[in-house]
Design a protein around this ligand. Structure first.
Ligand code: C2E
Ligand code: CA
Ligand code: CA
Ligand code: CA
Length: 287
């Protein structure tokens, strides 16, 4: 079956019923995008919920396609993973993000932006050069390792020996690891024991509707149950938390009541260019 994708790519539905981008076309175009400088990194602030002050950012890749305009990573990351192009693409994001984070550190000082996170896919963790790529990106940029956070999903962590070796080496280097989309995987709890995570990112699906009070105390409690369980677990294990996908002030209120101190979402700040982050940092430094 054939259908038009969001960004104008032709999508095909594969045997699993999953819509995928036409492989060869996208593979070729992505390769060209890497060579032609069409990939950009934007940054979404991570805010302290109390003062709504930016304490960190998450790097998110964008593809500025010459004809199709800005293509979202949801459109091309899965295909980049299948074709293996995620390895050079991820290396680009890593190097660009470390360079930018080091520039912010030099311009605004050590207290302005505590941490910069970026997403790492399973395929990258399988690449035997990944750990040395990270070490080289830190060394070349001058970014101290404790300023970098690597975000991995549960499904990525669960895949194989090479992956856990890489994660332990990164942990030993002093790089913090965040479990992304926490709570959506199949074995979140056992994973926390086996994996050197420092941070859990509460998935947006547990923030959606958390503020809705339908007049039934039990139901409202049920909406908040996962968010409450996750923060209790995080506290017990000494992990940091970030609540994702916050879209309104009522959600901030509920999350704060539950004990969350950091959050991310369109209500707090949209993903923005590096210049946008610099302006925010300048404002915060002046305040
Ligand atoms: P993610 O890591 O869970 O990143 C958060 C996504 O949620 C981002 O989408 C962000 O723009 C979006 N978001 C943030 N706040 C809100 C909100 O309040 N409401 C809603 N509806 N969405 C919100 P984006 O940038 O489209 O990225 C989608 C996914 O693509 C990411 O999910 C991540 O899994 C992947 N991705 C993005 N950049 C990279 C990258 O450089 N490397 C890899 N491997 N994956 C990436
Ligand atoms: Ca993420
Ligand atoms: Ca996430
Ligand atoms: Ca997600």
């Amino acid at each position: 079956a054939k259908q038009r994708g969001e960004a104008g790519f032709t999508r095909y539905v594969d045997g699993m019923g999953e819509p995928v981008l036409a492989h060869m076309q996208l593979g070729g175009e992505l390769r060209r995008a890497l060579d032609n400088d069409e990939l950009r990194v934007v940054y979404q602030p991570i805010m302290r919920l109390e003062q709504q002050r930016m304490v960190g950012v998450e790097a998110l890749v964008r593809w500025h396609h010459p004809v199709r305009g800005v293509v979202s990573p949801a459109e091309f990351i899965p295909a980049a993973e299948r074709t293996g192009l995620i390895v050079p693409l991820g290396r680009f994001v890593l190097r660009e993000t470390c360079r930018q984070a080091a520039a912010w550190l030099a311009e605004f000082g050590p207290d302005a932006l505590e941490e910069t996170g970026l997403n790492v896919s399973a395929r990258q963790l399988h690449d035997p050069d990944f750990v040395s790529d990270v070490a080289a990106a830190l060394a070349d940029s001058g970014l101290p390792c404790e300023r970098l956070i690597l975000e991995v999903t549960e499904s990525a962590v669960l895949r194989g020996q090479q992956v856990s070796r890489a994660l332990y080496e990164l942990d030993r280097m002093g790089i913090r690891l965040a479990l992304d989309d926490f709570g959506t995987g199949e074995s979140s709890l056992s994973l926390l024991r086996a994996f050197p995570a420092s941070i859990v990112k509460l998935d947006k699906s547990f923030v959606d509707g958390i503020e809705i009070d339908d007049g039934q105390p039990a139901a409202a409690g049920a909406r908040q149950a996962v968010a409450r369980a996750v923060i209790q677990l995080a506290h017990a294990l000494g992990l940091g938390t970030v609540a994702e996908g916050i879209e309104n002030p009522e959600q901030v209120t509920v999350l704060r009541e539950l004990g969350y101190t950091l959050g991310q979402g369109f209500h707090l700040a949209q993903p923005m260019t590096a210049d946008g982050v610099s302006r925010l940092l300048a404002q915060q430094c002046a305040a």
